[in-house]
Design a protein around this ligand. Sequence first.
Ligand code: SPV
Ligand code: MG
Length: 323
Amino acid sequence: MEQSDTRARTLRELLSQPDPAVFLEAHDALSAVLVEEAGVQGIWASSLTLSSAAGVRDNSELTMTEVLGTLENMSARVRIPILFDGDTGYGSFHHFQLLVKRLERRGIAGVCIEDKCFPKQNSFLRPTEQRLEDVDTFCGKLRAGKDARENPDFVIVARTEALVTGRGLDEALLRGRAYVDAGADAILVHSRAKSLEPIRDFMAAWDRPVPIICVPTTYASTPPAAFASAGVSLVIWANHMLRAGVVAMQRTARHVANTGTVAGLETDLASLGELFRLQKAAELMEAERYYGTPASLTGSPKTKMPRDTDTDVVIALPVRRSS
Ligand code: SPV
Ligand code: MG
């Protein structure tokens, strides 16, 4: 983590504001950039979508090492906080300690771990058959993660699956309180209900000054104001960038398979110029003025700026020079 990286602090501040913050899922550097450019406050690096994008199941099949590479790429390209969905923390308390240290070094703002057992299953698969981690064991993991932090602002979120697995409100409250006592900075209460009702009930009984996070995948039609009136601090749209991408890519692939051409798709496609803009191609060309032309080029980099091949508009990007 750079000295100047204040994203963990920003995440803390967002969690402590009176109105709920809103985070959106991203699963690679490009989707992270798109989320940030659109003006979303923060990113949920989802185990479901990171696994899907890597072509594996959301059953702890993606290793810590693999996911760290993707997170590093994401973190390098955005300034908004990234909250990483760390599943069970990749095993026992010492795996979680390693994870915390490695996330901090990559500028990740916080991690969320859930009270399930390794290898975990996604919450929407056979939810009532899933075992929960013993409360004391999970609290030990949380304490270990806290002790491993070097940046006191790094956020550790404890997620309870008590509601998802059908164990009820009392169990969710008992676990939430225990996790706060163990040092969790926020509690994520996951629910697979069709309405906000179980979360509202939880909030009505919640008696700790610790923020509550919800993931309304199954109660997505809840009006934004209802999250605020329930007292939720962060609403996470946990999988929607990937789901949007899947539909668009399936449409494109089917069109090519059916017609043998991309004609007719033009208005659905980002231009090549847009890809170059997202890659910061212009920034590199600007940098060549200072550092010299790469050996692979014959011309002077000063003479030309790239043109958007579709619109023929010069890509004019503000240049951020590295210090
Ligand atoms: C994720 O996005 O990976 C989550 C939320 O953990 S859920 O898929 O609902 O379990
Ligand atoms: Mg997950």
